[in-house]
Structures are given as structure tokens and as C-alpha cells.
Design a binder for this molecule. Structure first.
Ligand SMILES: [Zn+2]
Ligand SMILES: [Zn+2]
Length: 406
């Protein structure tokens, strides 16, 4: 039954929408008595006011009956009886409502026909179908065929829905907080300002910020700096992520630095000192590995910052915070859950046009352009003899494609 999930879900996907559970408007406070643990809009449809995630969770647990957030399957008859009571109808009408609203009666094709889910009826009034038809027609006019990306668009989400853990110790506990977090591409290219989030992650309140950091994959972590035309085989050993481990999140005046490794530096210090010298409000620091979501004070829908590799800056937006539901993925080991990933077109090799580019060459006498992109195979075939000796003059830089994460 979906109904219950909707009630527990407090703030939905963007724009954040605050819904209140049946049985009492949680934010129905008078002006005298404002409960700051309950998120309220700061700007309607944009972001909420600041609230503490842990206290917000306690507020839910205080107000809900344990059976409302329990994982135990509710007896169907009891559920229906309660539902009828809430609707204020007698059992007979309830049975009727049930049959009218059943999935079997939801059809837009003749009863004796097998439905074809790919065919949208031409004059449907159902909004979702109207939108779907529009999209289908648009694709048909551009002659776009269904590609594998569309086919697997919901795959990430589908794989984990309702997944149970193998052992009790790996179960997400009842009453845990679930957060949905969007991470965006760094805004280095204008076109990235207009696209959907790069990744959408689902995490629990007991996860630390360091775990969020580890779940964010960015191409600049895999970049290899340097010119390797003389030693192409050792290039993969120089990944930026292994050399420059410092990073921070910035939420509400606090820089949360990654200090897990001895090489890590507090890269927020420069900003803090710069701000101090200019009479900005003071900023503070904390360690991301010591901070759990449940300890944070945030605004839902508000753009925050993740910075790594010195200046690779991503926006981070919390779009939803709610209690866990029994239909969620129950296996702790599968978290952070990646439920959406934006796919980008890959840059192909200039010679074979088949494989993804791995090398960029400059001042290259064998190349059709300057600079030029090669896959590993074509690069080696063109630039080295059978013994691996460099042929001719050129500069070679390893290239990591954004689409490598597809
Ligand atoms: Zn990045
Ligand atoms: Zn190639």
C-alpha cells in the first residue's frame, strides 16, 4: 500500500514540497509557539528554513504511533477497516471503492484486448499519458529510437526497491531518517548549468559526510596530470584522487573538511582567513568523517557546496528528508543508494570513432588535428613500434572522459 508512504514522506523531490501527515498538521503552530524542529518554507517551492535533522526525526517519532513506522506488515483487514473509518464510510461502500480503484479497472483499452504498454491511446485525458504521447511524438519526429539509456533509466531505482538484508544486523532500523541528495556537475561549462543533477543519492541519517564524499564520483578525481609520451604505461598510476585527498562540504557557515588521511589539508582555511580579513561573519570548521547527517542543521532545497581537487566545485542539494518505510531498500550495505545518474555523450577516438578517447596528443605529426583524441589502441598503434619505442615527436596527455561513468 502506497498511501502510508505518502503520509510519512515529509518533503518530496524538487522543488521541495512539505506535506503533512494525516491526523494533525505538524506545523500548525501559532505565532507564539513556533517549533523550529519542523521544516517550514523560507521561500515557497524553493527551500525550507533551517532545522536540525535529528530533532526533526524525534518529532516524527514522538507524534507517530510505533505501528505507523513499523516494518511489520499490517493485517490487510485491519488496515481496510481503519481506512474505512478514516474515510467515514461503511464496509460495503469500502468494498465498492476498492473495486472501482483497483488496478484492473485502470485501463484505456477494450476489456477483451491485451494491453500494449508501448501504445499510448490517441485521445486520452489522463495527464501522464498526454505527456507521454507528446514525448513519443517528439522523438518520432526527430527519428530518435529507444536507446539503452532509456531502457535502463529506472534500473538503478528498481534494483533496490524493497530489497531485504541477509542478516538482521544489516537491516536499516525502524525510525531511521532517509535523505535524498542531489549532486550537480561543477559549473565549469555553461551547458552544465541547465541540466539535471549529475547523481541522486539516498542515504540514512547515520551516514557520515565522508561517506557522502566517497559516493560522489567526479571525473576530476580520475584525472592524470602530466605528459607521458615517453612512458605511456605508467600513466594510470598518477590519479589525482590518490594525490590530492583534501575536500570539504560547506553547510550553513561550517566547512566540513575531509581529514581522514595524513596528506589531507584543511583547504577551507584560506577562505576562512580571507573572510575574516574582510569582516564577513565568522565561519567554523569540523571534520566530515566525524559528522553524521543526523547532527546537521540544514535547509531542504538550499544549494550547498562540495569542493575537491582544489577548485572542482559541485552544488549539493538535499531534496527530501523523511522516515524509512518498509518498501525502501532495507539492506544497509547497499547504501548510499545511487538512484539517478545523468549520462553524457562520450568523446570518441578520432581514428576509429568506436572507442572512448583515452589520450590527447599535441604537436603530433600523425594526428589529423591539434590537439587530437585517441583511444588507447589507436594511440599505441600509431605512435609506438612493436617494441614500444616512441615514433616521431609529439606530446601525450592521458584523458578521462566524463562519459566513462556511464
Ligand atoms: Zn568534481
Ligand atoms: Zn581508436
Amino acid at each position: 500500500m502506497k498511501k502510508k508512504k505518502c503520509r510519512q514522506k515529509l518533503i518530496t523531490h524538487e522543488p521541495p514540497r512539505i506535506t503533512y501527515f494525516v491526523g494533525g498538521n505538524m506545523a500548525a503552530n501559532t505565532s507564539k509557539d513556533v517549533n523550529t524542529n519542523i521544516p517550514d518554507y523560507e521561500y515557497t517551492d524553493v527551500n525550507t528554513k533551517l532545522f536540525h535533522i535529528g530533532s526533526f526525526r524525534s518529532e516524527w517519532l514522538k507524534r507517530l504511533k510505533p505501528s505507523s513506522y513499523s516494518f511489520q506488515a499490517e493485517d490487510e483487514e485491519a488496515f481496510e477497516a481503519n481506512f474505512a473509518k478514516e474515510l467515514g464510510v461503511d464496509p460495503e461502500i469500502m468494498t465498492k471503492v476498492k473495486s472501482v480503484c483497483s488496478l484492473e479497472s485502470l485501463r484505456c483499452h477494450p476489456e477483451d484486448q491485451q494491453p500494449d504498454p508501448e501504445v499510448v491511446p490517441p485521445d486520452s485525458t489522463l495527464k501522464t499519458l498526454v505527456q507521454r504521447k507528446k514525448r513519443q511524438d517528439h522523438r518520432a519526429s526527430l527519428k530518435i529510437s529507444k536507446n539503452r539509456h532509456d531502457l535502463y533509466a529506472d534500473e538503478l531505482d528498481r534494483m533496490t526497491v524493497g530489497r531485504k538484508a541477509e542478516s538482521v544486523a544489516d537491516m536499516v532500523p525502524e525510525g531511521e531518517v532517509i535523505l535524498t541528495i542531489n549532486v550537480y556537475y561543477p559549473a565549469v561549462f555553461d551547458k552544465f548549468n541547465y541540466i539535471r543533477p549529475h547523481v541522486t543519492l539516498v542515504m540514512t541519517g547515520s551516514h557520515s559526510l565522508a561517506e557522502l564524499r566517497d559516493a560522489i564520483c567526479c571525473v576530476s578525481d580520475l584525472q592524470v596530470c602530466g605528459e607521458f609520451s615517453n612512458t605511456p604505461d605508467i600513466a594510470p598510476d598518477f590519479i589525482s584522487k590518490d594525490h590530492f585527498k583534501s575536500a570539504f562540504f560547506y553547510f550553513e557557515g561550517v566547512f566540513y573538511n575531509d581529514m581522514r588521511f595524513p596528506e589531507c589539508q584543511d583547504i577551507s582555511m584560506t577562505i576562512i582567513e580571507w573572510a575574516k580579513a574582510r569582516n564577513f561573519p565568522p565561519y567554523s570548521q569540523a571534520k566530515m568523517e566525524d559528522t553524521r547527517f543526523i547532527d546537521l542543521k540544514i535547509k531542504v532545497g538550499f544549494p550547498y557546496l562540495y569542493c575537491h581537487q582544489g577548485d572542482c566545485e559541485h552544488l549539493v542539494i538535499f531534496t527530501d528528508i523523511r522516515l524509512v518505510h518498509k518498501n525502501d531498500c532495507m539492506d544497509k550495505k547497499l547504501y548510499p543508494l545511487l538512484i539517478h545518474k545523468h549520462r553524457v555523450t562520450t568523446q570518441k577516438c578520432a581514428v576509429c570513432h568506436v572507442y572512448i578517447g583515452r589520450w590527447i596528443t599535441k604537436n603530433d605529426q600523425f594526428a589529423p588535428s591539434n590537439p587530437c583524441l585517441f583511444c588507447d589502441k589507436c594511440f599505441r598503434m600509431l605512435h609506438y613500434d612493436a617494441k614500444g619505442n616512441k615514433l616521431g615527436d609529439f606530446l601525450a596527455y592521458p584523458y578521462v572522459d566524463r562519459g566513462a561513468f556511464n
